[in-house]
Write a protein that binds this ligand. Structure first.
Ligand SMILES: Cc1ncc(COP(=O)(O)O)c(C=O)c1O
Length: 405
């Protein structure tokens, strides 16, 4: 139990939670899509625009110096959050999607026929389509790790698919549909022993699990700010420094160059080589505030999240008309359901009428839906600011659904 974790005090820091929707108090269970933002983030971004607003790097004036200092300090905060060896291993992106596209376009440029990339069935489209584009461009082959019946990655199959032809293993740490925590340590060790690099899609993991890129031993790690209490429009690619140094730029413009002439251009060092143009400055500062907020939370929030998910799963299992999708041995953040007789969309709309926000659809994981034989699910994604009462109210609302169909 999470008795010592003061949820009401925490909720007081999230203005958006305190509103009525459709005449009912909002119960926000769509945190896997995006989370709400604490005052610390709103204040940090507001203060930047009110006081320090200027472009970063290069300028001679005081505001720019302040903006640059805050912006680069934010990079340092992210480096500490993921335990990178140095801040230069942190590249700002628009989100997980752009981070993966960066690796596919830059590192991926050296791949060709005979090279393989190993993905898994439960990947988000953000970790599928960039590799398919690369495969089309350069004749690379994509292999896919299948799932077990409980919704976990089939480790034996994964090990059999790895070979010296595998150049990259790119998998999620946590599934955005099933909540499955993937066996990253085993997969990364096996990929390394075949000489492959590894990329972790941490979009659904970084807001729930501790992240330590050095302990994981991955080469790339991607996540989005908006899913862990930060702003939209900002995300992170962690990359091992020696790799980044060898990688070509993928977008050209200001900031990413050392010297430009019409005879030729010399590129900047990482991370700037991968950050063409004016970066999302206020968003980087907002993300650092979110990470500080998360890092300084009182103990017990992860247990609180686990308790909420367990309460939700148990309650769902007690409803005879609800089918819970996947039973992974380790599950974090989300749970998906379907209904024997109704479409998830209809159920989602009825819940919305009762003030409950959840998500329906394929969740940008169409290959997973195909493997599960489904066209969509209804997904609940509680976060640290949700309460036991909200979960109970959601289960009670679900129990009433048969009245409406
Ligand atoms: C597992 C996973 N990967 C990638 C993404 C893409 O994140 P973004 O849209 O922030 O780039 C998401 C978003 O839902 C996700 O859940």
């Amino acid at each position: 139990m999470s008795a010592h974790f003061d949820v009401p005090a925490l909720r007081a820091q999230f203005p958006a939670l305190h509103q009525s929707v459709n005449g009912r108090p909002l119960i926000y269970l769509d945190n896997a899509a995006t989370s709400h933002k604490p005052l610390a983030v709103l204040t940090a971004m507001d203060a930047f625009y009110r006081r320090d607003n200027a472009n970063v790097h290069r300028a001679a004036h005081t505001l720019s110096a302040r903006a640059t200092e805050a912006f680069e300090a934010a990079r340092g905060t992210v480096a500490r959050f993921v335990n990178a060896a140095r801040p230069e291993e942190i590249i700002w992106t628009r989100g997980t999607t752009e981070a993966i596209n960066l690796v596919a376009n830059s590192w991926g440029a050296s791949l060709g026929p005979g090279d393989e990339i190993l993905l898994s069935t439960l990947e988000h489209h953000a970790n599928i389509v960039p590799w398919q584009l690369l495969a089309q461009r350069q004749g690379v082959q994509i292999k896919v790790i299948p799932l077990t019946t409980t919704g976990e990655l089939d480790l034996a199959a994964a090990l059999a698919l790895l070979s010296p032809r595998t150049r990259l293993l790119a998998v999620s740490q946590v599934s955005n549909v099933l909540g499955t925590v993937t066996p990253l340590a085993r997969l990364i060790a096996a990929a390394k022993s075949e000489g492959a690099l590894t990329l972790v899609d941490g979009a659904q993991a970084a807001g729930h699990l501790p992240v330590d890129v050095q302990a994981l031993g991955c080469d790339f790690y991607a996540f989005s700010g908006h899913k862990l209490y930060g702003p939209t429009g900002i995300g992170v690619l962690y990359g091992r420094h020696d790799l980044l140094e060898q990688m070509p730029p993928w977008q050209g413009g200001g900031e990413m160059i050392r010297k430009v002439s019409f005879a030729g251009t010399r590129f900047n060092a990482p991370p700037f080589r991968f950050e063409a143009g004016t970066p999302p400055i206020a968003e980087a500062i907002g993300l650092a505030a979110a990470l500080d907020f998360l890092t300084n939370l009182p103990d017990g929030w992860r247990q609180h999240e686990a308790d909420l998910l367990a309460q939700l799963c148990d309650g769902l299992d007690a409803l005879p008309f609800v089918r819970r999708i996947g039973r992974p041995s380790e599950q974090v953040g989300v749970v998906s359901v379907t209904f024997d007789d109704w479409h998830p969309q209809d159920a989602g709309e009825l819940l919305d009428q009762m003030g409950i926000a959840c998500r329906v659809g394929h969740h940008c994981a169409m290959p997973l839906m195909e493997a599960l034989g489904l066209d969509g699910t209804l997904r609940f994604a509680p976060a640290l600011y949700n309460t036991r009462e909200e979960i109970a109210a959601t289960l009670a609302a679900l129990a009433r659904l048969p009245e409406f169909f």
